[in-house]
Design a protein around this ligand. Structure first.
Ligand code: 5GP
Ligand code: ZN
Length: 113
């Protein structure tokens, strides 16, 4: 989608440190990491928010989680990790292209801030 930062990363207009990709998904390091490992896992298809998902997107969302598992294995993550979707303004979503945060390498508190 025109003007979307993550679509620009997908089509190579904006550089990123890609750690995983397949035909449906790409994953790259967050520019402003909140943990020693902070990866953004995104669908190549532009979907702005969770509420825009169609029934046929449900397997794609499962693919994002499965990619998180594959990345954690590839990066030899020990001690667990946190997976986060910030959805909408109250949750602090800044980029309107669905993305799954994979955070690892430190201990996380709960409840989230
Ligand atoms: P949100 O707050 O929407 O859940 O997360 C958006 C994330 O995208 C933030 O953690 C932010 O640091 C990251 N981000 C924003 N612009 C860029 C960019 O151009 N490149 C990369 N690698 N990350 C970005
Ligand atoms: Zn997009």
């Amino acid at each position: 989608m025109a003007g979307c930062i993550f679509c620009k990363i997908i089509n190579g207009e904006i550089e990123s440190d890609i750690v995983f990709e397949n035909d449906k998904i790409i994953a790259f390091r967050d520019l402003n990491p909140q943990a020693p490992i902070h990866i953004l896992i995104i669908p190549r298809k532009h979907i702005s928010r969770i509420e825009d998902l169609k029934k046929q997107d449900s397997s794609l969302m499962g693919d994002l989680v499965f990619a998180a598992k594959q990345i954690a294995v590839k990066m030899n993550v020990k001690g667990g990790y946190r997976l986060v979707f910030n959805n909408g303004s109250n949750a602090g979503q800044e980029v309107e292209h669905i993305h799954l945060h994979l955070l690892a390498g430190r201990k996380f508190t709960w409840p989230a801030g």
